[in-house]
Design a protein around this ligand. Structure first.
Ligand code: PRX
Length: 631
């Protein structure tokens, strides 16, 4: 199933478009099924209703674990690098990981979990996080992993939306020199979560925590009460595998739903091809399992292919900005998959952290999460890849389950800041505002996908209508990505960024409406408007325009209060980089905020603001421009 030449890519692509069912049916043969499908695909984008590998039975953990035992049982499945480099790294072979997953799956059962139950996971980047995820899949429970940077309120909203029965967490997490009190945050969240019956707590940072009688149990105690034999639950290809919440243009995050069969095939196929993974290689993805990249390309994709996946707790700059390079040298990493924001941040430290580091093991480099600017691309290529490692700039989304548009390492000629070409099975199309296809090359438009692929979302949890409205209603018969895109003279795709009200801050998706709602919770705020602006390291920064009647005098104090409010309501990742107090916002006569103007002001533009004649009060723009000059 691995593509080894550009000619083969072209042939496979052609086949995947002309005969998708045959193509994916053949790819799926590389996985282990308990029972085969009777139909590869049935679909319509109107409802939408998408089914892949209908009738097939499987358990994804048998593909990620059991099937490797006979031949690769002693091969490392997971290598864990701790936050503090002085601590030992940990290696789990496939045999060990299988044993741990089965044991913990039994712990879940012992605590009342069964097939179909939703389980919230809020954990540090430790091997036990991967174990928890796989243990859920083993028993057919649906995991909902929440990134460790979200607040108690965000967690509670997500837990309640999917009525989780169980929570798996840890006492705390390390993040560079800081400790995050995960269990305290969970305790606050669970005050408002009536569906949660049990909370399993892993000891990690050894900080004291309070344990609620009857609800909270220790991971370490529980595993002593069970054995390590756990038959995998037989799942239908279209049974739910996980929910992952992501931000959109409304205030409320959506629970993107992925199912077992199609997701497995897609994550495994794309992992093997995009990174050109070779047996025995060490693959290092720096993402967090709390995001889709971690789900698909730390856990399911690599493990389904019997790869060695390196997992890291911490940040790229702790204890020094050489951290990644030390890990590469220590573990002889062959593939590094990271985010442009991390690259830009590490670039800013100059050459010194790179001195004397051994990059000779590096064969493939990858980028994900946001557009990679040319400067960062070249730095990555020259300093880390030494001009010899192809960079795969992988474009995809939580909703797509896996990589969609990307070079295939060693196969596709790359071009700085281009995601290049669609993978086999992916049929991108650019449309104008009216949904009319923009054909030919050297054009730009809104990026849509016109045919289903196995890894695509099936619904948004508990609200299918929302899924339809968000992704399938903007343009008839198309999946709308929310991204703008250009196709150059060579037919190569370059993603230009979101065209909706979603920000991409350090590769994290944040809805402007979400941040506004959070800011508006502050008692002193009347109204706010949030836009993105170009930020050297984060890609996009958050700029908040806030109407505050008490703006004179204690403004600084109030800004701090607003930051605290956002941290409490969403989490530190959504804190505005800039707050500007204003007396009014530019609104149309019908009361709509003209964000276009605010975006320009946030970008530093003072003259070319476009048409302001439809504004209710054009004078407010002048006032905002003057105020913006001062911050
Ligand atoms: O705008 C695109 C951007 O990230 C969005 C998806 O975010 P999320 O669901 O959090 O998933 C991130 C990891 C897959 C997209 O709509 N994006 C992702 N990858 C790229 C990108 N923009 C440009 N180039 C990329 N390679």
């Amino acid at each position: 199933m691995q593509i080894t030449s550009f000619k083969q890519y072209e042939e496979d692509y052609k086949k995947s478009v002309e005969n998708p069912e045959q193509f994916w049916g053949e790819v799926a043969q590389n996985f282990q099924w308990r029972k085969p499908w009777f139909k590869v695909l049935s679909w319509n984008f109107q409802e939408p209703n998408i089914k892949w590998f209908e009738g097939a039975k499987l358990n994804i953990t048998e593909n990620c674990l059991d099937r490797h035992l006979a031949t690769n049982g002693d091969k490392p499945a997971i290598i864990w690098e701790p936050n503090n480099p002085e601590e030992e790294s940990v290696t789990y072979t496939y045999k060990m990981l299988h044993e741990r997953v089965c044991r913990f799956a039994n712990v879940l059962k012992r605590n009342g979990a069964k097939k179909g139950d939703r389980i919230c996971i809020y954990m540090p980047m430790v091997p036990e996080l991967a174990i928890a995820v796989l243990a859920c899949a083993r028993i057919g429970a649906v995991h909902s992993v929440i990134f460790g940077g979200f607040s108690a309120k965000s967690i509670a909203d997500r837990i309640n939306d999917s009525q989780c029965k169980l929570v798996i967490t840890a006492d705390g997490a390390y993040r560079g020199s800081k400790q995050i009190p995960l269990k305290d945050v969970i305790d606050d969240a669970l005050i408002g979560c009536p569906t949660v019956e049990k909370c399993i707590v892993l000891t990690h940072v050894r900080t004291p925590v309070s344990m609620l009688k009857g609800r909270d149990v220790w991971w370490e105690d529980e595993v002593k009460h069970v054995n390590d034999i756990c038959e995998a639950e037989e799942m239908d290809a279209e049974d739910m595998l996980f929910i992952l919440y992501t931000s959109g243009s409304t205030g409320k995050p959506k629970g993107v739903v992925h199912t077992c069969g199609g997701y497995m095939v897609y994550a495994g196929y794309t992992f093997s091809n995009v990174f050109n993974y070779q047996p025995g290689e060490v693959y290092f993805c720096t993402a967090d399992i709390g995001w889709i990249t971690g789900h698909s390309y730390i856990v399911y994709g690599p493990l389904s292919q019997g790869a060695t996946s390196l997992l890291f707790e911490g940040i790229p700059t702790y204890p020094t900005p050489s951290r990644f390079w030390d890990i590469i040298e220590k573990h002889k990493v062959n593939t590094l998959y990271t985010a442009p924001t991390a690259i830009r941040s590490l670039m800013s430290f100059g050459e010194e952290p790179l001195q004397g580091k051994d990059f000779s093991s590096i064969r493939v480099l990858g980028s994900v999460g946001e557009p990679i600017n040319e400067e960062a691309w070249h730095w990555f290529d020259e300093k880390i890849g030494h001009g010899k490692a192809p960079i795969v700039d992988t474009w995809w989304q939580t909703e797509t389950g896996g990589i969609m548009i990307s070079p295939i390492a060693t196969v596709t000629p790359t071009k700085p800041s281009f995601a290049t070409l669609p993978l086999p099975g992916i049929q991108p199309i650019l449309v104008d505002e009216n949904g009319k296809e923009i054909e030919g090359n050297g054009v730009s438009g809104n990026l849509c996908i016109k045919f289903p692929w196995p890894g695509m979302l099936r619904t948004t949890y508990g609200d299918h209508e929302r899924c339809k409205q968000t992704y399938f209603s903007a343009y008839e018969n198309l999946y709308f990505t929310g991204d703008g895109c250009m196709r150059d003279e060579d037919g190569y795709y370059r993603i230009t960024g979101r065209v909706d009200d979603v920000l991409n801050v350090s590769g994290h998706r944040i809805g402007t409406a979400e941040v506004e709602n959070a800011i508006n919770m502050h008692a002193g705020v009347i109204e706010s408007a949030v836009v993105g602006y170009p930020h050297d390291v984060k890609g996009q920064g958050i700029y908040a325009f806030v109407i505050n009647p008490e703006m004179h005098g204690e403004a600084e104090l109030t800004k701090k209060d607003i930051l605290q409010t956002v941290t409490r309501i969403i989490g530190a990742i959504a804190k505005p980089d800039k707050i500007l107090f204003v007396s009014g916002l530019p609104k149309t006569r019908s009361g709509k905020i003209m964000r276009r103007i605010l975006r320009k002001i946030a970008e530093g533009e003072t003259t070319n603001l476009g048409d302001t004649s439809t504004l209710l009060d054009p004078a407010v723009v002048e006032e905002i421009i003057e105020a913006a000059k001062k911050i």
